[in-house]
Design a binder for this molecule. Sequence first.
Ligand code: GLU
Length: 465
Amino acid sequence: MSDLRVRFAPSPTGYLHIGGARTALFNYLLAKKEQGTFVLRIEDTDIERSTQESVDAILDAMSWLGLSCDEGPFYQTERFDLYRQKVQQLLDEGKAYPCYCTAEELDAKREEATKEGRKPKYDGTCRNLSGQSDAPHVVRFKLPDPDGEIGFVDRIKGAITVRNEELDDLIIQRTDGTPTYNLVVVIDDAEMGINLVIRGDDHINNTPRQIHLYRALGYEVPQFAHVPMILGDDKTRLSKRHGATSVMAYQEQGLLPEALINYLVRLGWSYGDEEIFSLDELVEKFSIDAVGRSAGVFNPDKLLWLNSHYIKTSDPAALAKLLLPFLTRQGIDPSGGPDLIAVIQGLQERSSTLVQMAEGAAFYYADQPEFNDKAAAKFLIEDNRTLFGELKSALEACSSYDEANLESALNSVIEKLGLKFGKVAQPLRAALTGGAPSPGIYELLEVLGQQRVVNRIDNALNRLN
Ligand code: GLU
């Protein structure tokens, strides 16, 4: 066990998106690698925008990805007493002050500042008020040392320094008494002993403010690692315009969690030119210092490529479990049909998602295959009557459906009719599949089994025109 403590701190105001999942993954991997502790904290202080539905969606997505935490989930709404206490401490020590400026006043000042070309920043009206009032107010943090500067060394971005005059007297408690993000994130990270904060670089501007708060509250400042954002192929920030951004949308599209994990980790981190990493390998090889500084570009084709790889190499029995809901969704009931494992083995090579695999399984489990137009026009023709008749007799007579027997059955037809192999196998394949992509003919015959094969040839014979 090391003393590394990291955390993932999502706000439950929507589903878990790709960027959040990658942040969670980096935290998880580092904790596993260093045998540290991965804490999950739900940042639900924005009561209006936080929903239980989002909490569930985030937890579901993390569990689907296998990103289990060692501590938590903790909920900030259960910690309001602590936050109030800390606000009081800052007020008592003169490090924070009540601010009675109304929203209208602040808006007017902001507008004025913008007009005069100044940075719209709180002007400190209430900074040095004496006496207390019951009037509605927020609490602001009194930024120390306005002439000084504040710096930190980010583990990914390097040294960053900001002049304090760039910063504002932050609101740490709203008029309704609820605390704000910058305050609670500091209190919680400190109280939970987090010593490395890995998060999206959309928060990098908050970090100097937060460091001031750490110091004011007498806490040790953790290290920071701000992960670059993910861009779409047009180099703008990844959004719905670029396709699905929700982790669970990828589950619905039939991705395997291993593929998404592998994809996400490579979006910002590299290890030579290796592309494929199992979770165990990632735990061994991942390092935060090898995360690049520049944004990763989301590439759906590469994600699909990785998914095909994981489908190809997965254990068919494990795939069967994952495939069942996709079959059900397409109205396919595999019970009583050909052996699902055998069907999956035939589809692994040619499916890049579980949705595709379920589509590919359809003809196996249909009463009779649905012919596509091309197959129907090409093979369901009167000219094939003799061929289908011979195939039916030969395959009916074939005592055991293994490759050797099936081969001699087909050869007998080939010889009898003086046809090439393809001229026999193609119509047969069409009769069995309706023209859907399928594995080799012997495997197909074996998996379907004698009764279904004969039945399907009969069906083709009945449909000749
Ligand atoms: N709750 C914040 C968010 O979801 C993250 C805060 C942090 O990681 O510091 O954006």
